[in-house]
Design a protein around this ligand. Structure first.
Ligand code: FRU
Length: 488
């Protein structure tokens, strides 16, 4: 692998020199150049947070998958590290696909999928996928150890291992597609994490499976406890789901199934699949635990097959902010808020005076290159619609006709248009915590009850944020914002 790592580093360095910055994030993790997709191997190990990611260091497009790597002391400020994994061995000829990390007895273990095209490159009808491991003593350089789990009979699409330790055993969930082309999550266990020359037993149970005949694959499964009472969430990214009304509008979705589980018992779902995020760009989230016991998750803030104008700058793809996940038992759903560490990016606090507008708009912030904004709006309004305009192409507004909060983007020059929305939360006030970076917006509604993550691509570097009310009045009860420091 050493030679291939050197080659890919060289290629990456050439891209870094060409990389443009108009869309490059100021406070979200992205590859230094080239392509990035799923978060991989998120973990706290030996005093540092590690984030790996699906990476193609040779270009801004998806290609043979490597694992990029960054480390951080606070999950916010990241330092790029050398590429961790390069594909090309017998068991990962066509790519080192997604997976997870384990910190064990001082070593860092990466579990990933060795992906192999058996016919033509890109021909998904003939592939071989098996789970592999690579180990590091220093947290930076990894030695591949080959396959640790072969696919059980009948499974060809079999990827994205997530490993954890519980009740005296190691457990692994893997995303799969059965012989009838139905998405599933398979569960494996092992007494030992890794032993030279040995594999995990590939006896499995089906932890969860689709009840929607269109869903042919569950990618990137994650499985974790959400209460003290054996309640767990399976978070996964189904492929094939059809749009239904306001839901499942992205090409693929990511969401959670909540249920009861204990080792050696089947998972008993209570409720149905709920999307974790409601924006245009959110996929393949992965979670880990912090030393103080928080469950934190990051997702890929993009979507397969969507236009990615940053490719003109020789990079594509970034993560969401790290988000703390909690379980709202009364609503039987997960909530996400940004981890408290993001507050370390804030410059001086600016206050927005309360105001009521009638059929007009007013500038709130002139430079929105990197800001956090906290607004409380009154829902007692008769305006047809009211909310925020960001530059020319983006609007976040309350639609009083459909009773929904809508995030609409319109960038015809990039072939990128469309609205995502959520039902208006109950109550007479709406709290919006918003993070705007050079090409992304994240909105946390009512302290994480709902979130929107979307990319946007404006013409200018800086643009204004305006508050508007159309055909009626609207009241901003209070607001504050901070310019944010760059993490680079
Ligand atoms: C999800 C995914 C994974 C796969 C990886 C390949 O976005 O398709 O299932 O491991 O991306 O880059």
């Amino acid at each position: 692998m050493k030679h291939r790592l050197e080659q890919s580093t060289k290629a990456l360095n050439t891209l870094i020199e060409k990389r443009g910055n108009k869309f490059y994030p100021q406070f979200h993790l992205a590859a230094p150049a080239g392509w990035l997709n799923d978060p991989n191997g998120l973990i706290y190990h030996d005093g540092l947070y590690h984030a790996f990611y699906q990476h193609h260091p040779y270009s801004q497009d998806w290609g043979p998958m490597h694992w990029g790597h960054a480390t951080s002391t606070d999950m916010i400020h990241w330092q790029h590290q050398p590429i961790a994994l390069a594909p090309g061995d017998d068991y990962d000829k066509s790519g080192c696909f997604s997976g997870s990390a384990i910190s064990h007895e001082g070593k860092l273990y990466l579990f990933y999928t060795g992906h192999n095209w058996l016919a033509a490159e890109g021909d998904d009808s003939q592939i071989y996928e098996a789970q592999c491991v690579a180990i590091s003593e220093d947290g930076i350089h990894f030695e591949k150890k080959g396959i640790v789990l072969e696919p059980p009979k009948g499974y060809m699409h079999f990827r994205d291992p997530k490993v954890w330790y519980q009740d005296g055993k190691w457990w692994m969930v893997v995303g799969a597609r059965d012989e009838k082309d139905q998405g599933q999550v398979l569960l494996f266990s092992s007494e030992t994490l890794f032993e030279e020359g040995q594999q995990w037993n590939n006896d499995y149970t089906v932890l969860g499976k689709t009840d929607d005949k269109n869903v042919y694959m569950w990618e990137c499964p994650d499985f974790f406890p959400i209460s003290q009472e054996n309640e767990f969430a399976i978070v996964f990214s189904p492929q094939g789901k059809r749009a239904e009304g306001y839901q499942y509008r992205n090409l693929f979705q990511s969401g959670a199934l909540i249920g009861q589980w204990s080792p050696n018992q089947p998972f008993k779902p209570q409720g149905h699949f709920i999307e974790l995020d409601n924006g245009h760009d959110y996929y393949a989230p992965q979670s880990f635990t912090t030393p103080d016991g928080r469950r934190v998750s990051m997702g890929w803030m993009d979507m397969w097959n969507s236009p990615m104008p940053s490719k003109s700058e020789f990079w594509s793809g970034c993560f969401t902010l790290p988000r703390e996940i909690t379980f709202d038992k009364s609503k039987n759903r997960l909530r996400m808020i940004p981890v408290k560490e993001v507050e370390s990016l804030r410059q001086e606090k600016q206050t927005i005076q309360p105001l009521t507008l009638s059929n007009q708009s007013i500038e709130l912030i002139n430079n929105t290159t990197a800001i956090e904004l906290d607004l409380t709006l009154s829902l007692d309004s008769h305006a047809e619609k009211f909310g925020l305009w960001l530059g020319k192409g983006l609007e976040l507004f309350v639609d009083n006709q459909s009773n929904r909060l809508v995030l609409n983007r319109h960038y015809p020059q990039h072939n990128m248009s469309g609205a995502r929305s959520i039902p208006l939360p109950e109550g007479c006030e709406l709290n919006l915590r918003i993070f705007i970076d050079r090409s992304s917006i994240e909105v946390f509604v009512n302290k994480g009850e709902f979130t929107f993550s979307s990319r946007y691509y404006a013409q200018q570097d800086t643009q204004t944020l305006r508050f508007f009310a159309m055909n009626g009045d609207a009241t901003l009860i209070n607001g504050q914002y901070w310019q944010l420091n760059s993490i680079y």
